[in-house]
Design a protein around this ligand. Structure first.
Ligand code: V47
Length: 354
C-alpha cells in the first residue's frame, strides 16, 4: 500500500489493480490524497453554474431497471412537453439569470426526430447567449437507430441546431455484464464511447457520469474510470466526471442496502485520484444530498453542479431535488463550508468569484 501512496504523492498514474486496492485505504488518507490533487488544480475554488434542467418527455421505449423517471406508453403519468412549454420555461429561467439549459429526455418513440432537434434551434434563436447542454449518448443512439441515421449525421444535426455540449448521462456502469442486467437494450459501452469520441473530434466538450451504489462491485467502478481515462488521453474532450449515487425508490432494481456516506466519499476521492486527466470532479448534490456534496469538497470534488431549478429524473427515484436550490443559499453554503464559490459558465470560464 505504501508504494501506491508514494505513486499518488509523486503524481504517477495508478493502474486498474492499484485503483481497486485504493478502497482498502482509510477515508482520512484517501481524502488527504485527493484534496492535495484538488488544491493543486483549483486551490480553494468550488465551481457552480446557474442552470436549469429540463426533461421534456418521460415516455421511453427502454426499460432500465434503475430508472424511476421513464413512463411506458401505458403509464397514466406520461408527459411530453410542447416546444411552446419548453420555450416558456427557458424564457422564465433567463429572467432569473440562468445561463445554461441542461436538456435530457427519455427515448420517446412517438415524438419524432424533429421534435428533439427543433427545440434546440428555437431556444438558440430566441436566446443566443444561453448554453444548450443536451442529448446524452443514450439519446443519440436511440435517435440514430430509430431514424436510420449514423451517429455522425445526428451529431451534424445537433451542431446545426445549436447544441453546445453533451451531458454525461447514459454511462451507468460500463462493465458489460452489469450493464446487461441493469439496462439491457440501451446504448452499449462501446457505442457510448464512440459517440463521445465523435463529439470530441468535432471540437466539442462533454461530461461523463457513473451510476454507483446498486449491484456493481468496487472493481467495476475502477474499470469504469480507467475506460474514461483512456478516451480522455486520446481526445481531451471531457470536462467533468460525475459519480451519481443510485436512488432506490420506485424502480425495479430492488437494492436493499444504501451506500454509506463513507463509501460515497471514498468513491469521490478515488475518482479524483484515478482520473488524473479530468479537469473537474462534480459532487452532484441531487444524488449525494447537499450536505455530503459540501463535504465532498474536501474529498476531491471541485464542482457542485448548479441551482438546477427543477429536476425530474433523480427526484422520481427519491432524491430531494425536485425544486432546485436558491442561488444565495447555494453560495452561502459553499462559503460557510470553507470554500470560495466561483460561478462558472458551462465550459468552466470563471464569471463571478464570491
Ligand atoms: O444517465 C437514472 C441517472 C442520469 C437514477 O453532464 C439515476 O453535467 C440515480 O446524466 N438513481 C441522468 N441516478 C443525469 C445525468 C447528469 C446529471 C447531472 C449533471 C450531468 C452533467 C449529467 O441519471 C442517467 C442515470 O445514470 N439515473 N435513474 C437513479 N435511480
Amino acid at each position: 500500500m505504501k508504494s501506491i501512496i508514494k505513486k499518488i504523492e509523486n503524481k504517477e498514474r495508478l493502474t486498474y489493480e492499484e485503483g481497486v486496492r485504493l478502497y482498502e485505504l482509510d477515508l482520512f488518507t484517501l481524502g488527504t490524497l485527493a484534496d492535495t490533487i484538488r488544491r493543486d488544480k483549483w486551490q480553494n475554488k468550488s465551481f457552480f453554474n446557474i442552470n436549469r434542467h429540463i426533461n421534456p418527455t418521460n415516455v421511453c421505449k427502454d426499460v432500465c431497471k434503475f430508472c424511476a423517471f421513464s413512463a411506458s406508453r401505458k403509464n397514466p403519468n406520461q408527459y411530453t412537453m410542447t416546444h411552446e412549454e419548453i420555450l416558456k420555461i427557458v424564457e422564465d429561467a433567463t429572467q432569473r439569470g440562468v445561463k445554461e439549459v441542461h436538456i435530457v429526455s427519455a427515448h420517446n418513440p412517438d415524438a419524432g426526430l424533429q421534435w428533439y432537434m427543433d427545440i434546440f434551434k428555437k431556444i438558440k434563436v430566441a436566446y443566443p447567449d444561453i448554453h444548450v447542454k443536451a442529448l446524452t449518448a443514450a439519446e443519440i443512439n436511440f435517435l440514430a437507430q430509430s431514424y436510420n441515421k449514423s451517429y455522425d449525421e445526428i451529431i451534424d444535426m445537433m451542431i446545426e441546431n445549436g447544441v453546445d455540449s453533451m451531458p454525461g448521462g447514459g454511462a451507468e456502469i460500463f462493465d458489460e455484464e452489469v450493464r446487461a442486467f441493469i439496462c439491457k437494450g440501451k446504448v452499449s459501452s462501446d457505442e457510448w464511447f464512440e459517440i463521445h469520441k465523435l463529439w470530441h473530434n468535432r471540437g466539442h466538450m462533454s461530461n461523463a457520469t457513473m451510476l454507483f451504489g446498486h449491484i456493481e462491485q468496487k472493481h467495476h467502478r475502477i474499470d469504469h474510470m480507467v475506460r474514461l481515462r483512456t478516451l480522455q488521453d486520446e481526445t481531451g474532450g471531457f470536462n467533468t466526471f460525475i459519480p451519481l449515487v443510485y436512488q432506490r425508490e420506485n424502480n425495479f432494481l430492488n437494492v436493499e442496502n444504501f451506500l454509506s456516506s463513507q463509501e460515497i466519499l471514498k468513491t469521490m476521492a478515488i475518482s479524483r485520484i484515478m482520473l488524473d486527466n479530468f479537469p473537474h470532479i462534480k459532487a452532484y448534490w441531487v444524488t449525494s444530498t447537499v450536505n455530503l456534496a459540501l463535504v465532498s469538497q474536501a474529498y476531491g470534488a471541485d464542482d457542485l453542479d448548479g441551482t438546477i431549478e427543477r429536476e425530474s429524473i433523480n427526484s422520481a427515484a427519491g432524491a430531494n431535488s425536485a425544486t432546485g436550490m436558491v442561488l444565495d443559499e447555494f453560495i452561502a453554503l459553499i462559503r460557510n463550508s470553507g470554500y470560495t464559490p466561483v460561478e462558472r459558465d458551462s465550459l468552466y470560464h470563471e464569471l463571478n468569484v464570491f
